[in-house]
Design a protein around this ligand. Structure first.
Ligand SMILES: Nc1ncnc2c1ncn2[C@@H]1O[C@H](COP(=O)(O)OP(=O)(O)OP(=O)(O)O)[C@@H](O)[C@H]1O
Ligand SMILES: [Mg+2]
Length: 320
């Protein structure tokens, strides 16, 4: 695939950020003063948190923004080590710009342990003069109180259907691609306020068909889901059960995908797996049991994770 549209169309100016009027107007006044406090960006996925942090850096530092901005993803390494090593090392570097500070952007901080967050808070205090922190999370309630009270909190909202459709039309005009209006409606409906997801579905749809139609959209979103299901199953079979569990929980808890949907998607990929037919049959049988227990009122996440556990055991039987 060519360039990813989510990157190609990521705004670089504050005016181009969509649907976050309150956030944007507060940010603008900080930029005018050429000074920012520590900030906490909270809100659902794909609504512009990372983008806004980058825009702040661009507006403050101009062409040299990359030298004055570090993005870290806390979920890669949730422990205290990231604070002790990477974050502190960055804080110790003296800023090389007229404003006298640089920015550290910490994505997905709600995945950090409380212990790591406590260490983070101390680091924030020690290096306030030279490093401003922008901390991003989906749920501000998962951030410890001492950090919440020391940061300016910005709440990002899900992007409205109208705004999503407008953004998609802009892209399609630029790419010179034709579309049906109801196909864009459908994408906006499916993406539930997540503009990243909307743009991704749009790009995959465009790869399927010359014109964006509802059937191209259905085909595209099916493919996206199928890829996801395959990844989770393969991780569990390979023994990477924790990663598989995280991907599952990310979808079910963070994005609200139902257990029944997950079972359905798993079911669609089982027969495509690169395992002996006897294993496929066995997995299909187990998945049927999971489906039944869920319909009888069993807790979805527990049932599906037990299936991941089963995949793990099957994988180790094969000697991985
Ligand atoms: N408010 C917005 N205005 C314009 N584009 C947006 C906005 N929100 C998301 N996008 C588009 O979606 C892509 C992903 O957005 P971004 O990385 O800022 O999301 P996020 O809020 O940081 O999500 P996550 O919680 O998953 O980290 C951007 O590159 C951009 O193309
Ligand atoms: Mg982000």
């Amino acid at each position: 695939m060519e360039d990813l549209w989510i990157e190609k169309y990521r705004p670089s100016k504050i005016e181009d950020i969509i649907g976050q009027d309150q956030v944007v107007s507060r940010i603008k006044s900080y930029i005018k003063e050429k000074n920012i406090p520590h900030m906490l960006f909270a809100g659902p996925p794909g609504t512009g948190k990372t983008t806004t942090a980058m825009v702040v850096a661009r507006e403050l530092f101009g062409d040299s923004w990359k030298e004055n901005f570090l993005e870290l993803n806390a979920s890669d390494d949730r422990g205290i080590k990231i604070v002790r090593d990477t974050i502190k090392e960055y804080c110790k570097i003296m800023p090389n710009n007229p404003l006298g500070f640089k920015i550290l952007f910490l994505d997905e901080a709600d995945y950090m342990t409380d212990e790591a967050q406590a260490a983070l808070r101390r680091t924030m205090e020690n290096y306030t003069k030279t490093t401003r922190f922008i901390i991003s999370c989906n749920y501000s309630s998962k951030i410890i109180e001492p950090i919440q009270s020391r940061t300016a909190i910005f709440r990002f909202k899900g992007i409205s259907k109208e705004d999503i459709i407008k953004a998609l039309i802009k892209i399609l005009n630029n790419e010179k691609i034709k579309y049906d209006n109801d196909a864009l409606e459908l994408i906006a409906e499916m993406s539930m306020g997540d503009l990243r997801k909307a743009i991704n579905i749009l790009q995959v749809s465009a790869a399927f068909s010359e014109k964006i139609t509802t059937s191209a959209v259905y085909e595209a979103s099916g493919t996206v889901n199928k890829e996801w299901a395959k990844n989770v199953i393969q991780l569990a079979l390979r023994g990477e059960i924790i990663k598989a569990k995280e991907m599952l929980e990310d979808s079910m808890i963070r994005q609200g995908i139902s257990g029944q949907d997950v079972v359905e998607q798993f079911h669609r990929v089982i027969f495509d797996l690169n395992v002996p037919d006897s294993v496929k049959a066995d997995l299909a049988y187990r998945l049927g049991e999971v489906d039944f227990r869920i319909s009888e009122g069993g807790r979805e996440i527990i049932q599906i994770e037990s299936f991941l556990g089963y995949l793990y055991m099957k994988g180790s039987e094969k000697g991985r």
